[in-house]
Design a protein around this ligand. Structure first.
Ligand SMILES: Nc1ncnc2c1ncn2[C@@H]1O[C@H](COP(=O)(O)OP(=O)(O)OP(=O)(O)O)[C@@H](O)[C@H]1O
Ligand SMILES: [Mg+2]
Length: 534
């Protein structure tokens, strides 16, 4: 891909009107501004890293062995040592580069002037990352030092919510490799995809970028390359993050030869005079917001380029946005850098203040709901424990109850009939209950216990087992004789053994046993034999 790093802004011959962005002709009219420190770039075929290019090159540090690059304290060994897993160790024996043995290259995400960025999968943890590989070989110690500065900046701002998260960097074969969090897309890609972005979203993006920029400006650093391409949208599809810290420079060193300008389309006018300041970043962010809110194709040079830097914003574009947003963008694009608001001043704009409040309350709310959810889960867990314990105890109790019941002896049901005064000294006569089983009523007559003993067996008692009868004489005089004869032998008419108590005993006074409740019965009927006094 041809790059135009040495071109100065030139008048455009055919571009005398501001245009909407072209989604097809990506980068077609992009020119890099003049670079004070620019050198020739070597396009790299990253699919086939040519290791021989690095041999005999500039630096003692550049070698075939991968070296971790880190500016963090020695107390943070994570970044200064390269991870090694058995898989990597095995692959490295195949003389693969550290990059190839650690990662599986999945896709190319983008390309800038300094590097190509790939979507990769870590062979160890299987996670996705982005790795930026420098295009140009380290052909001098100073150039290498400049490139490594980007690592220092990434490490410095990695913890900020609105700056890209950096993981580690290493060098091998005179190239710099930087592993970072994988983002969804750049703001440039997002704009080309959506074209019309709701104004509320624009305010949110502005807020994100001002917060990211403030973290740099508070450290007296300037980004110098703020543009839609260098803003990435996080995996949450919401948060905008500043990326590409390749040109970041200390304000105090900004006016000497160390500074390098960024993309001319976003460049503040004073940069042409070699004045670098935080205000230049504010201008770049202002013009990027104009591009984003109005879907406008920014000129890289020519009269329109100058118009935009003289406070002349095209009406047909700017009219599409609210006056409030218009005035913020205009203030950020003031020709005089001294008149531009600082990141702090912009963050105190009522609209942005309101958004920040809203975000804070949303964060509080989500934190509250998260802690509520957590405590609810804990309570529920404890309740489940209680429930289980209670249920277990109930089961034990029931089991114990059941056991104690089955152990207790079953008592025969014998009701003792209270003895009459005349039967004093006579042993108590038990009350006998007999159960008759039969479905045939003994029609129209009373039923006596003798019926069971007479041998007639009206109710077919022969099948009900041996009746247990006490002194039932005389029950029926008509049948008494044969009954008595039988009973004397203790055998009934069917030849069954019958227990017979002695009628002539002192109990003979109770001889008029009568079946109570002699009404006709069906099915089961309980007979209670009661013995009366004479
Ligand atoms: N972490 C990332 N996740 C997803 N895409 C990325 C990531 N980093 C970079 N990219 C993509 O790669 C492109 C080039 O990356 P980057 O801007 O860092 O390279 P560069 O060579 O420094 O660019 P420039 O020309 O702006 O200096 C970005 O515009 C973006 O589209
Ligand atoms: Mg870039």
């Amino acid at each position: 891909m041809e790059k135009h790093h040495h071109r100065l802004p030139l008048p455009e011959l055919h571009d005398d009107k501001h245009r909407h962005k072209q989604s097809n002709g990506e980068n077609s009219n992009r020119f890099r501004p003049p670079k004070y420190k620019a050198r020739g770039y070597v396009a790299v075929d990253n699919n086939n890293l040519n290791r021989s290019q690095s041999l005999g090159s500039c630096s003692a540090n550049s070698s075939q062995i991968a070296h971790a690059i880190s500016f963090r304290d020695a107390g943070c060994p994570d970044a200064s040592t390269l991870p090694s897993s058995p898989v990597q160790a095995e692959l490295s024996t195949l003389s693969l580069s550290h990059f190839e043995s650690c990662f599986e290259r999945l896709a190319k995400l983008g390309e800038g002037s300094f590097g190509e960025v790939f979507q990769v999968r870590d062979r160890t943890d299987g996670r996705l990352y982005a790795v930026k590989i420098s295009k140009q070989l380290f052909r001098g110690e100073q150039y290498r030092a400049e490139r490594l500065e980007e690592v220092r900046r990434y490490e410095e701002f990695s913890g900020h919510e609105n700056c890209i998260r950096f993981i580690r960097a290493w060098e091998q074969y005179d190239r710099l490799y930087m592993q970072m969090e994988l983002c969804r897309e750049s703001l440039e890609q997002y704009l080309l995809r959506c074209q019309r972005i709701p104004e509320e979203r624009i305010w949110h993006i502005l807020l994100d970028l001002l917060r990211g920029l403030k973290s740099l400006h508070d450290r007296n650093l300037i980004h110098l390359d703020i543009k839609l391409d260098n803003v990435l949208i996080g995996e949450d599809d919401e948060t905008c993050k500043l990326a590409d810290f390749g040109l970041v420079i200390d304000v105090d060193r900004a006016n000497n030869h160390h500074a390098t300008e960024g993309d001319s389309r976003y460049m503040a006018p004073e940069i042409l005079q070699g004045h670098f300041s935080k205000a230049a970043d504010i201008f770049s962010l202002g013009i990027a917001m104009l591009e984003l809110a109005c879907y406008m194709d920014l000129p890289s040079n020519g009269p329109l380029w100058h118009e935009l830097r003289h406070g002349i914003l095209p009406e047909e574009f700017i009219n599409k946005i609210s006056l409030e947003l218009q005035s913020v963008i205009k203030s950020m694009m003031m020709p005089d850098p001294a008149q531009r608001p600082t990141a702090d001043q912009l963050l105190s704009h009522p609209k942005l203040q309101h958004l920040q409040q809203k975000r804070k309350s949303l964060i509080n709310l989500s934190m509250l709901s998260r802690s509520l959810r957590r405590s609810r889960r804990a309570v529920w867990g404890r309740m489940c424990n209680w429930k289980t314990a209670a249920f277990r105890y109930l089961l034990y109790f029931l089991e114990v109850l059941h056991l104690s019941k089955s152990i207790a002896p079953s008592q025969p049901r014998i009701n003792i009939i209270p003895t009459s005064p005349s039967s004093k000294g006579v042993p108590p006569v038990p009350r006998v209950e007999m159960q008759l089983v039969g479905s045939t009523p003994i029609a129209n007559r009373d039923c006596y216990a003798s019926d069971f003993l007479s041998g007639d067996d009206v109710l077919d008692l022969s099948n009900q087992g041996t009746p247990h009868v006490m002194n039932s004489t005389p029950l029926n005089t008509n049948q008494g004789k044969s009954r008595m004869d039988l009973l004397k032998n203790n055998v009934d008419s069917l030849g069954r053994f019958v227990q017979v108590h002695d009628f002539e005993s002192p109990c003979s006074a109770l001889s008029s046993a009568k079946v109570l409740d002699t009404s006709s019965f069906r099915r089961k009927k309980l007979f209670v034999l009661e013995f009366e006094d004479e």
